[in-house]
Design a protein around this ligand. Structure first.
Ligand code: ACO
Length: 324
């Protein structure tokens, strides 16, 4: 029996970058406020590209040295798909010409990539499928209220993803815990559909844009996500493994400080690149993986043990333990 493993990672960022100073020209904010609260310095913004365009650029890189007809499935994690239907994954499948692949989106906000990778691994484990793409892609700029400084400064656009192949002799997916709490869903929302029969009313501004209760999200991460990470640490110990790095969702640096303090995992084990991208939601963890592979901190085939930690709207959260 062969097991699935990540054999490749790729990223794509829209060309335009927007610095904090540039934002301070269009809203009442400052580089100092944004950096001290979040660690973010700049973010990429897609001007004439859609979410599926960003995801497609990643998909092309993932399959460039493979036969596109060998791809069995494409999963895209996104909270900013351009349509209700077709899904972003179907748009990517069409653009790629991956005719043998089935495609669907996973909607779990900033946990989307972790959820999608978990689902993909189960598909591969079935033995029915041999190759799949799992991509996180977001055009967060399309759901932000650019009049609202409390949220607009936090996010960015981008995409990244991985190729999964059933080629490992031993398991590379070593453990997972996924959780959701819909009762706290109102802490972070986008695009509430307010149209009702028979009065097809316009959406209100508040319903259309991203809304967030920053303090509630902060508390959720420090309490629930930290608790799940600690359970993972117990799992890791019981399996006699040693954790090399955490690849956390990149919301902001202060959250990572808080998670480190709460879990007692040393801060230097939490990898980060939020300074250059802002919070790219479902794209943030694969973007981090791509950067860390590029700079040589992580290497495929090294046997390094990493914890992918996602958390976000839904509420959703999850941890995946992976051997590279
Ligand atoms: N520039 C300048 N001032 C601002 C800005 C801004 N961009 N945004 C808010 N302020 C002001 C507020 O109006 C407030 O002013 P007031 O005291 O006069 O009312 C003041 O700064 C403090 O505001 P707070 O909301 O209390 O700021 P806080 O220190 O809590 O930081 C933050 C806000 C960064 C959002 C914090 O709550 C946080 O990190 N929350 C986690 C949420 C998060 O990262 N969400 C990302 C999406 S969800 C996810 O990915 C999981």
């Amino acid at each position: 029996m062969m097991y699935p493993k990540i054999t490749k990672v790729a990223k794509y960022l829209p060309q335009k970058t927007v610095t904090n100073d540039e934002l301070s020209k269009i809203m009442d904010t400052s580089d100092d406020w944004i950096q001290s609260r979040t660690g973010i310095k700049e973010r990429h913004i897609a001007l004439d590209e859609s979410t599926s365009d960003l995801a497609f650029e990643v998909a092309k890189k993932l399959v460039e040295d493979r036969d596109v007809s060998s791809i069995d499935f494409i999963i895209v994690a996104t909270m900013t798909s351009e349509y209700g239907t077709p899904s972003t994954a179907c748009l990517v499948q069409g653009k790629l010409g991956a005719q043998q692949a089935f495609a669907f989106d996973v909607s779990a906000a900033c946990s989307g990539f972790v959820y999608a990778l978990s689902v993909a691994e189960k598909l591969m484990q079935s033995g029915i499928y041999q190759k799949g793409l799992v991509i996180g892609a977001e055009k967060m700029s399309s759901v932000l209220n650019w009049q609202d400084r409390r949220t607009a400064v936090l996010f960015g656009d981008g995409a990244a993803g991985v190729l999964l192949e059933n080629t490992a002799a031993t398991s590379h997916f070593l453990g997972e815990r996924l959780a959701s709490d819909g009762t706290r869903g109102s802490s972070l929302t986008t695009r509430q559909n307010t149209k009702e029969f028979p009065n097809i009313s316009q959406k209100t501004e508040d319903a259309e844009f991203l809304t967030m209760d920053g303090k509630k999200i902060f508390d959720f991460v420090v309490r629930d996500v930290a608790k799940q990470m600690k359970l993972m640490l117990t799992d890791i110990e019981e399996k006699n493994l040693v954790l090399d790095y955490v690849l956390p969702h990149q919301a902001n640096e202060r959250l990572l400080d808080a998670l480190s303090k709460k879990t007692k995992i040393p801060r230097e084990h939490f990898l980060a690149n939020v300074a250059h991208y802002g919070n790219t939601s479902g794209a943030s963890i694969p973007l981090l993986l791509a950067d860390m592979i590029d700079e040589g901190t992580l290497n495929f085939g090294s046997g390094q043990i990493v914890l992918l930690t996602g958390f976000g709207g839904g509420l959703t959260w999850g941890n995946l333990l992976i051997k590279l």
